[in-house]
Design a protein around this ligand. Structure first.
Ligand code: KG4
Ligand code: ZN
Length: 358
C-alpha cells in the first residue's frame, strides 16, 4: 500500500478565510479531515461588495483561529502532514499575503514542503475531491473574477479556449442584484428571487452570441438590466421578472457558448465522450446546472459539478491542488510572492481593453 498524502490548505484570496486538512484515499479521491470556512458576508453586506481593506483585516483577525480549528478537527497534528499549500493568486494581494505568509511560516517551522497554489487551479481540480476525474476534460470556470473555457490536460497544463472579454459571470450576477436591490451576496439572491419572476418578461441582449467562438461578453447585458431597472421604479414583481429574465439570458448564452466549446474540444482532442466540469462559485446555481445538463444530454458528454460546499471558495480545493502538485514534485520556494493576475494558460491572448478584435 502506498503512503497516502495529507496536506494542510489555506485560502484567503477574497472574502472567505479558510483552512482544511485533506488526505488522499484508496479511491483516488479525498478524505476531508476538516474543512473550515469563515465567511465575511456580514462585513461587506452594507457596501454591496468586497472592500479589500476590510477583507484583509478580517483575514488577519480570523486566520489563526481558522487554521487551529482545521487542525484540531482533523485529529492529526501538523507533523503528520506531508506539506502546506496556500493560495498565492490570483486575487487581492493584501488578502492573499495573509494566508500565504502564515502558510509559509507553518511549513518552515515544521520543516514541510510549501506549495503556492493558483486559486483557479484549485477550482479546476476541485471535483477530484469527490470523484475520480480523467484528463483531458473541458472546464467551464465561472466565479466572481473569472469566466473561462479551458482544456485541462493535466495538473498545471491548461489550454484556454475562450474567456469573457469584459465582466466575469459572478460579477454580472452581483451587479444585477445590486441594481435590483436584491441584497448581498448577489448571485444566490438573483437565483432565489428569479424563482418568483417570469423569465420571459424582458427581452435582453445576448452579446457576441453568434461570433468570437466561445468567448463571452456580459457588459451589454448588464447595461440593458440597468436601463430596464430604471423604468420599473422598484416595483417588486417587475424586479423579480427582470432578475429571472437576466438569469434566463445567462442560461441561453451559456448553452450556446458551451456548445461551441464542446465542439472545439472534440475537434482538438478527438474524443467524442468526455467530461465537462463546471466549477467556481456560480456553479452553485441550480438553473445553470440543469441547463448545462440538458446540453450534455443532447451532445452526449458527461457533466460534473462539485458539491455545493466546494463550489464557492474553500481551502479543501487548495489542499487538494497542493497534493496533486506535490505528487509531481512541483514544490515552491518560500520566496514565492502573491500575484494579482495569474492565468492558467500563460499563452492565452489577453482579451480585454481597446483594440480587441473578435
Ligand atoms: O468562486 P467564488 O466563491 O469566488 C471567486 O473566486 O470569485 O465565486 C463567487 C461568485 C460571486 O460572484 C457570487 O455571487 C457567485 O459566485 N455565486 C452565484 C451563486 N452562488 C455564488 N452566482 C449565481 N448563482 C448562485 N447560486
Ligand atoms: Zn474562487
Amino acid at each position: 500500500m502506498t503512503k497516502k498524502i495529507t496536506f494542510l490548505g489555506i485560502e484567503t484570496s477574497c472574502d472567505e478565510t479558510a483552512a482544511a486538512v485533506i488526505r488522499e484515499n484508496d479511491n483516488g479521491t479525498a478524505d476531508i479531515l476538516s474543512n473550515i470556512v469563515s465567511s465575511q458576508i456580514d462585513k461587506h453586506k452594507k457596501f454591496g461588495g468586497v472592500v479589500p481593506e476590510l477583507a484583509a483585516r478580517a483575514h488577519l483577525e480570523n486566520i489563526e483561529y481558522v487554521i487551529d480549528t482545521a487542525i484540531k478537527e482533523s485529529k492529526i497534528s501538523i507533523k503528520d502532514t506531508d506539506g502546506v499549500a496556500a493560495t498565492a493568486g490570483p486575487g487581492l494581494v493584501v488578502c492573499l499575503t495573509v494566508g500565504l505568509n502564515i502558510g509559509k511560516s507553518i511549513a518552515a517551522f515544521s520543516n514541510k514542503p510549501f506549495i503556492g497554489v493558483n486559486h483557479l487551479e484549485g477550482h479546476a481540480l476541485s471535483p477530484g475531491l469527490e470523484k475520480k476525474i480523467e484528463f483531458p476534460y473541458l472546464l467551464l470556470l465561472i466565479s466572481g473574477g473569472h469566466t473561462q473555457y479551458l482544456i485541462v490536460k493535466d495538473v498545471n497544463k491548461y489550454e484556454q479556449l475562450g474567456t469573457t472579454i469584459d465582466d466575469a459571470l459572478g460579477e454580472a450576477f452581483d451587479k444585477t442584484a445590486k441594481m435590483l436591490d436584491l441584497g448581498y451576496p448577489g448571485g444566490p439572491n438573483v437565483e432565489k428571487f428569479s424563482n418568483l419572476g417570469d423569465k420571459n418578461f424582458f427581452k435582453l441582449p445576448e452579446p457576441i452570441i453568434n461570433k468570437a467562438g466561445c468567448n463571452l461578453s456580459f457588459a451589454g447585458l448588464k447595461t440593458a438590466v440597468l436601463r430596464e431597472s430604471k423604468k420599473i421604479s422598484g416595483e417588486k414583481k417587475l424586479r423579480y421578472n427582470l432578475a429571472a429574465s437576466f438569469q434566463n439570458t445567462i442560461n441561453k448564452i451559456l448553452y450556446k457558448k458551451t456548445k461551441v466549446a464542446a465542439e472545439m474540444f472534440r475537434e482538438k482532442i478527438k474524443k467524442n465522450k468526455f467530461q465537462l466540469i463546471v466549477a467556481g462559485g456560480v456553479a452553485a446555481n441550480k438553473t445553470i446546472r440543469s441547463n448545462l445538463s440538458a446540453l450534455s444530454n443532447e451532445m452526449g458528454f458527461e457533466t460534473i459539478y462539485p458539491d455545493l460546499k466546494f463550489c464557492g471558495d474553500n481551502a479543501a480545493m487548495i489542499a487538494w491542488a497542493g497534493i496533486q502538485r506535490f505528487k509531481k514534485n512541483m514544490i515552491d520556494d518560500v520566496n514565492i510572492s502573491a500575484k494579482s493576475r495569474w492565468p492558467l494558460d500563460k499563452n492565452a491572448p489577453y482579451m480585454k481593453g481597446p483594440g480587441l478584435k473578435l
